[in-house]
Design a protein around this ligand. Structure first.
Ligand code: ADP
Ligand code: ZN
Ligand code: ZN
Length: 729
């Protein structure tokens, strides 16, 4: 079995004997409890082989009463551990049933279990497809409340809304004016609202382009799998292609996984899936409570739900007989996990699909260069409603006065507000200003632990480090020259918010960013606030540009569209480009005339110019050429190693040593660095970048080198973090 213990020396298969009492009931994928020295640990059974060595084996202590991990997921987790150089226990946790990784506990009857979440609650739901206006008094209030909610409402909510008691509802049910049924409490993770599925709707007549694309996906599925790119301009109806392919998969008795970057930002997609497929859709979301998660897991395992919608981790859902994986907005950086194991859900999806003979459709209006280059491409060139893509105006900020909002943008927002219309405005950074500096001596407020500029926030007024969370008061006088000359420079989203309130007083400004949109249901609430009648501006960081299908946007703007270009990484161009194209896609989607205004300090930059022209093919062909010329992905694989520790000298020596060892151990790989990174939480850091035609040319020797150097690194208090296929480098 593989122990679920992240410890050196335990990152391997351990052999145990099966006691007579468990013979015949322990199989592959089962969670078992095993003695390990004085401890009892959990592990996952990976096979039943005759022992590979002599000597007496310890016996399994018990089997946990939980569904076994399906074989394809077990294999997937073991592949991830190899590919991403991650502890196998960390990878296994991703495929365990909910609550499966807890501490083993022995029940009074001697059986083993892990602490299990409570079962789902049942609750009463009232339904009346066509609530009449009949009746008077309380009955009338009930009918009206139900009608306002679209015909279905949990009974408790209905009583509250109508100011009545369950007795009234029961009486009405007796008369046949509504029906009451007990339903499992499944919360819509998105909205935070509970609820039965929305009314079913029928698919529209597909366009020829949509039909061709869907047919290609189905052909791939029937031919035993394959990846393809669905490149569709914003509003071209990619979702209908997914839905047609999903229907075909289900016709064939095969399951589906739909991956989205951030489930809270895609309520429309969930709504459309549930309207089309009803309870066949399960939701995979970290914000689900333990009981809800267990219930969704059960429904998927049992085959009651054969379509799973979720972010990154939904790629591990135990969907049976997988036929199709949809990766929506495939360009989104959040598909890469930013902590161990540093997996890429797109890569894992391709691997899982290959093993299952399933098709993967990667959809985007702005695909990544590697996807563009490597995958067969199907294009939706026109918007479903026939509307034209909006013209994008680029404002050269070097010619504008101070302040984050240019004159043309202020005028456009002002006019839209006067007409009662809605606008969205993107600001790349949160915070009020980007730094506090002394205009007398040039001193800049920096994080003492991370060596980066602190960001000034208001309400409450403070300086904050966006890397480690440290907070400091804003100094009244300069700590360096004692001058009362501390000023703010640059503008974050809070600063833009203040400027907008001043310049466009008529419009309600709703700010949605990492600071304001935390917690369950908040995004939905902010979107609701924005959608309420009257002029409004939705101001936010990039999350605002992600896949919303908002109504009535007549101005879409970016205050610093070229901000991504200031990062040195090899993806900065495509990020700036995607930001502009996706932003333009949020506007004018129902044929209303719309203005798209892009402010830039480098208006002539390729990403800005081509983004403003929606020149996706031209831009991506150029990026692929650049990647080829510099031997970057997909023409090579990168592996990034960050060496970090408290002692700068030890970190420097360790990074140099590691680079030298890797040059020796992986002669075919290129080794760049070590390069210094800014400190983080007081820890010195160095980065190494390795490049090879296959990841394994780096990871196999690296595993050995790290194994050999491990004890010395640990003695020196140094850690090496490995990132295979990093998204930033
Ligand atoms: P995308 O995801 O490509 O940006 P959507 O899938 O959100 O686009 O589709 C945009 C709009 O067009 C939606 O309102 C959708 O209902 C509508 N739509 C898509 N396909 C069709 C079609 N074949 N006929 C009519 N309307 C369609
Ligand atoms: Zn000073
Ligand atoms: Zn810091």
């Amino acid at each position: 079995m593989l122990p679920l213990v992240e410890a050196r020396g335990l990152d391997r298969i351990l052999d145990y004997a099966v006691p007579a009492g468990l013979a015949g009931i322990v199989g592959e994928g089962d969670l078992v409890v095993c003695p390990l020295g004085p401890r009892r640990v959990l592990g996952v059974v990976v096979g039943r082989d005759p022992p590979t060595h002599d000597g007496r084996l310890a016996e399994l202590a018990g089997r946990v009463d939980a569904p076994p991990v399906p074989a394809p997921l077990l294999e997937l987790a073991r592949w991830m551990a190899r590919y991403y150089l991650a502890p196998v226990a960390t990878c296994l946790r991703l495929v365990l049933p909910p609550g499966g990784g807890g501490r083993p506990q022995r029940a009074p009857d001697g059986s083993w279990g892990v602490r299990r979440p409570p079962g789902p609650r049942e609750r009463l739901v009232a339904r009346a497809p066509d609530p009449g206006r009949a009746g008077s008094g309380r009955r009338r209030a009930v009918a009206e409340a139900l009608a306002a909610a679209g015909g279905v409402l949990p009974a408790a909510d209905l009583c509250r809304a109508a100011g009545t008691t369950p007795a009234t509802l029961r009486a009405m049910a007796g008369e046949g004016s509504l029906s009451l049924a007990s339903e499992r409490d499944r919360v819509d993770a998105l909205t935070g609202a509970g609820g039965p599925a929305p009314a079913p709707d029928a698919p529209p007549e597909l366009t020829d382009e949509q039909r061709d694309a869907a047919a290609a996906v189905v052909r791939a599925m029937d031919a035993g799998g394959g990846n393809l790119l669905l490149h569709g301009v914003t509003g071209s109806g990619k979702t209908e292609v997914y839905l047609a392919a999903i229907a075909a998969a289900r016709d064939r008795g095969r399951g589906v996984i739909v991956l989205v970057p951030e489930i809270a930002l895609t309520p429309q997609l969930l709504g459309r899936l549930r309207a089309r497929l009803g309870d066949a859709v399960a939701i995979w979301h970290s914000a689900l409570g333990p009981a809800e998660r267990a219930e969704e897991h059960r429904r998927v395992l049992a085959g009651e739900a054969d379509v799973v919608l979720g972010a990154r981790s939904a790629v591990f859902a135990p969907v049976r007989d997988l036929g199709l994986i949809v990766v929506d907005e495939e360009h989104d950086p959040s598909y890469k996990q930013d902590g161990a194991p540093r997996y890429d859900a797109r890569q894992v999806a391709a691997r899982r699909a290959a093993a299952a003979g399933a098709a993967v459709v990667h959809g985007s209006a702005t695909p990544r260069p590697e996807t563009w280059h490597a995958l067969p491409r199907h294009t939706l060139a026109r918007r479903a409603d026939g509307s034209a893509l909006p013209r994008v105006e680029v404002v050269d900020m070097r010619l504008q006065g101070a302040g984050p909002v240019s004159r043309p943008l202020a005028r456009a927002l002002h006019e839209a507000a006067a007409r009662g219309e809605k606008a969205i405005v993107l600001a790349s950074r949160r915070g009020f200003s980007l730094m506090a500096l002394c205009t007398g001596c040039g001193w800049i407020a920096r994080c003492p632990d991370c060596d980066v500029a602190l960001v000034q926030h208001e309400r409450p007024r403070r300086l904050a480090c966006h890397h480690c969370g440290l907070e400091r008061p804003v100094p009244g006088v300069c700590p360096s020259c004692d001058g009362a000359t501390i000023a703010r420079q640059g503008t974050g989203s809070q600063g833009v918010e203040a400027a907008l309130r001043r310049l466009v007083p008529r419009a309600r400004v709703v700010r949605m960013d990492g600071s304001s949109a935390r917690g369950r249901g908040t995004v939905a609430r902010l979107l609701e606030e924005f959608s309420a009648p009257g002029p409004a501006i939705l101001l936010g960081t990039q999350m605002v540009a992600k896949g919303h299908d908002l109504p009535d946007i007549t101005v879409a703007a970016a205050v610093d569209a070229d901000a991504p270009l200031q990062h040195a990484g090899f993806r900065s161009e495509e990020r700036a480009f995607a930001l502009i194209v996706q932003l333009a896609g949020r506007a004018g989607r129902r044929g209303e005339p719309a203005r798209v205004i892009v402010q830039a300090y480098e208006p002539r930059a390729r990403a800005v110019e081509l983004g403003a022209r929606h020149a996706v093919a031209e831009f991506l062909d150029g990026e692929v050429g650049r990647r080829r010329a510099h031997d970057l992905p997909p023409f090579s694989h990168l592996v990034r190693i960050v060496v970090e520790g408290d002692d700068p000298a030890a970190v420097g020596a360790a990074a140099d040593g590691l680079a030298e060892e890797m040059r020796r151990a992986a002669p075919a790989a290129g080794v760049l660095g070590p390069a210094p990174l800014h400190r983080l939480r007081g820890r010195t850091r160095r980065a190494l970048l390795l490049r090879a035609s296959r990841a394994s040319e780096v990871t196999i020797p690296l595993r050995e080198v790290l194994g050999a150097q491990g004890p010395a690194l640990r003695r020196a208090g140094v850690r090496a973090v490995v990132d295979v296929d990093p998204q930033e480098a």
